[in-house]
Write a protein that binds this ligand. Structure first.
Ligand SMILES: [Zn+2]
Length: 334
């Protein structure tokens, strides 16, 4: 969400945000957080809020930068002096201090190149950690006096990579422990470079009706459309904000919001201001959008802001892309 504050996010009609447990644990810490009472109060955010578990950083930071993973937990080597240890228990305990609507249990991310035996190990550890996370969650709820009505939802994450048998096994074993929702975790891209829809389907097939399905780190607009059809309703992804900062804007191929058909093939395209030749274009980036950028400024002005590297270019583009995604979700809502 870089370049935006809470008010900007609300204006894009984005109903909820995700906060990153690992980064808040390492960079903010409990002491400052306890002064404010919750991450919502710290950020001035009133909307829905998920905290992740730090599970993605198990893969992106610990596994790549010589951290250590054992059954006990994960050690991150931030630098020579600073090591951070995250266990299933400390992840849950810290998330309960963040006070989210939904908390996620720590999982062991199956690396995309994992052979079957290694993938099986990550599933076993994911299950072990899920059990310990749930026990810690119940302890915390009791300690804080939270009831079934006032406690956050607790979501588990299905691992197993491209190994479909392992995905099914992981989902079944997590369901046995019992959670409010289940996430499609790990790397969602198949060996051929296509999105791995099969794993998403297997997970959806094995979780009980009435529980949440969550696509972690997903995804491109067409992937979101397909997963919503399978029953997924929660997504988090860096694409809209990161693409915006790189000058890539999502635009519906429609003249107005009303005319958008997210089930049509090629229902959107990219608009890249820096590649634009028509610098005098006075039309908005999209007429099928009601964001701050599209209702107040022209393509020419945005091009100019990107050209002179004005920071407001990043903010306006981010606002636009978030509104693109919130319109997408509005169109997919039954
Ligand atoms: Zn817009």
């Amino acid at each position: 969400m870089r370049t935006l504050d809470s008010h900007d996010i609300i204006a894009t009609k984005t109903p909820g945000i995700l906060v990153n447990t690992y980064h808040l644990y390492a960079d903010l810490g409990r002491k400052i957080l306890s002064t404010f009472g919750s991450i919502r109060e710290f950020m001035g955010w009133d909307g829905a809020l998920i905290s992740d578990s730090g599970g993605f950083q198990v893969m992106s930071l610990a596994k790549q930068y010589h951290g250590k993973i054992t059954d006990e937990g994960v050690w991150f080597n931030l630098n020579k002096k600073k090591k951070v240890k995250l266990t299933p228990e400390s992840s849950i305990a810290f998330q309960m201090e963040l006070k989210p609507d939904m908390a996620v249990v720590l999982d062991d991310f199956t690396p995309p190149q994992a052979k079957e035996a290694e993938a099986k190990d990550t599933v076993d550890r994911t299950i072990l950690w899920a059990k310990r996370s749930k026990a810690e969650f119940e302890r915390q709820c009791q300690r804080l006096g939270l009831t079934e009505k006032t406690r956050p939802y607790l979501l588990a994450v299905v691992q197993g990579g491209k190994w479909q048998k392992l995905r099914a096994e992981c989902a079944k074993r997590l369901v046995k422990i019992g959670f409010d929702g289940y996430g499609y975790g790990g790397w969602p891209i198949a060996d051929n470079g296509d999105f791995d829809y099969l794993s998403a389907k297997i997970i959806a097939k094995h979780v009980p009706k009435g529980t949440f399905l969550y696509g972690l780190g997903i995804g491109k607009p067409e992937e979101v459309v397909s997963l919503v059809e399978m029953g997924y309703t929660i997504f988090d992804c860096v694409l809209p904000t990161r693409d915006a900062r790189h000058g890539r804007l999502y635009v519906f191929n429609a003249a107005s919001i009303k005319q958008i058909d997210v089930h049509a093939p090629d229902f959107y395209s990219y608009y890249v201001p820096t590649k634009e030749k028509h610098y005098a274009d006075d039309s908005p980036v999209s007429t099928a959008c009601d964001c701050l950028l599209c209702t107040h400024y022209s393509r020419a002005y945005l091009n100019h802001l990107f050209k002179i590297k004005d920071l407001s270019a990043l903010r306006l583009a981010t606002i636009h892309n978030l509104r693109f995604y919130s319109i997408l979700m509005e169109k997919l809502r039954p």
